[in-house]
Ligand binder design. Structure first.
Ligand code: HEC
Length: 109
């Protein structure tokens, strides 16, 4: 008896994998930035209005990182490309930095 071919399933799995990857590499997303901020930055920074707990006194609140205060996208990107404070090992990649900046900007709209 002939085994049913697995080929259509393998092909479908590959297509799903490609679609998922494309989505993951997709556009800048402030929502994703917020998740990163809550997970990585909220230990030290006030990253949202509803945040509880304590933060580091010398870490600026994300609402203070405005263009008016001199925090251009380039400055934020440059700053976040290297770890700061004791956040070793938490260096966000390029896309995550984009998401974080989009989130920070969304706080100021
Ligand atoms: C362990 C504590 C800690 C964590 C975690 C942390 N920060 Fe900071 N951050 C600080 C402190 C303290 C300062 C102020 C002193 C300095 O500039 O290093 C600061 C300053 C900054 C500044 C201002 C830089 C400037 O040019 O003045 C930005 C932007 C910033 N942090 C973003 C982030 C983001 C985004 C994350 C999460 C990915 C994060 N920080 C995580 C402690 C932290």
């Amino acid at each position: 008896m002939r085994q049913p071919s697995l080929r259509p399933f393998v092909l479908a799995a590959i297509l799903v994998a490609i679609a998922t990857t494309a989505q993951a590499q997709g556009l800048i997303d402030p929502k994703r930035g917020e998740e990163i901020a809550r997970a990585w930055c909220a230990n030290c920074h006030l990253v949202s209005a509803d945040q509880g707990g304590t933060v580091a006194a010398d870490a600026p609140a994300f609402t203070a990182l405005t263009l008016e205060a001199g925090y251009s996208d380039e400055r934020l990107r440059g700053f976040l490309s290297v770890p700061h404070g004791p956040m070793e090992g938490l260096t966000p990649d390029n896309r995550q930095i984009g998401d974080l900046i989009a989130y920070i900007r969304s706080l100021q709209e």
